[in-house]
Design a protein around this ligand. Structure first.
Ligand code: BGC
Length: 243
């Protein structure tokens, strides 16, 4: 079965048809820069452009960096505040003419990793942390997702964790790998004390450079690096869109 997976990010919107049984992209992904300000209507237009690029007429799954309840986006950490309360699923459905399911982007990445990556077959509590512009989390118990956990926004020393431990924070503060690795460690240890995961999967673009920061992580949980890397968001969105 094929589903068009679309990953909406702060800088780019990426999509590709996905074989949802195998977890593989069936064509080279199409990437279009996110419209400036990332307001709902221009983003919906871009989603439709990606569907047109693939001449798509089937089901679509979309991941978006927001809390999503029954297709409605409830937050807007790194996208326009007009998303709060917007019916994202209806907007995308109208723009593409296809059935669309919308989920949180970190939950999408988590679903991909649990099905085809480092979390395959894993029981117990698995926490995926995607590190990028934001800090996204996805939490599973015995393979079942607890959606919209938003643990990137826990406060540590009166500061939103995302502001100090994301990859954007590393770049903004021009941190060495050691300095940033230590911040990430404080963040992960704080999470560990709250949800006691058996396995923590680290994803997002920066996870490819894991040799640079793994030496600074002192959490007790087993740590794994996401295996689906950049494609996790697209593959997981497609899984969510499976009819
Ligand atoms: C958002 C989350 C999202 C994460 C990763 C955070 O700022 O609040 O919804 O999953 O960034 O994109």
């Amino acid at each position: 079965m094929q589903v068009l997976g679309i990953d909406i990010g702060g800088s780019g919107i990426k999509g590709a048809p996905v074989d949802v049984e195998q977890g593989v992209l069936l064509a080279e992904r199409c990437r279009i820069p996110t419209p400036r300000l990332a307001k709902p209507k221009p983003v919906a237009k871009t989603v439709a452009e990606i569907a047109r690029h693939f001449e798509w007429q089937g089901p679509i799954g979309c991941g978006i960096p927001a809390v999503v309840q029954q297709g409605i986006t409830r937050t807007s950490a790194n996208i326009h505040e007009k998303w709060i309360g917007a019916d994202a699923a209806a907007l995308f459905r109208e723009a593409t003419g296809c059935p669309v399911t919308v989920v949180n982007d970190a939950d999408a990445a988590g679903m991909a990793e649990m099905a085809f990556g480092a979390g395959r077959g894993r029981r117990g509590v698995v926490l995926l942390v995607t590190i990028g512009t934001g800090l996204g989390t996805s939490l599973f118990t015995n393979g079942v997702l607890l959606p919209n956990t938003e643990l990137g926004h826990i406060e540590i020393n009166h500061e939103d964790a995302e502001r100090s431990a994301s990859d954007a924070a590393r770049k903004r503060d021009q941190l060495s790998w050691e300095a940033w690795g230590k911040r990430l460690d404080i963040y992960l240890k704080t999470l560990e004390r709250l949800v006691w995961p058996d396995l923590i999967i680290l994803g997002g673009g920066v996870s490819k450079k894991y040799e640079k920061f793994l030496p600074y992580l002192t959490v007790q949980a087993e740590i794994a690096i996401a295996e689906t890397f950049n494609e996790a968001g697209i593959i997981g969105a497609a899984l969510a869109g499976k009819p």
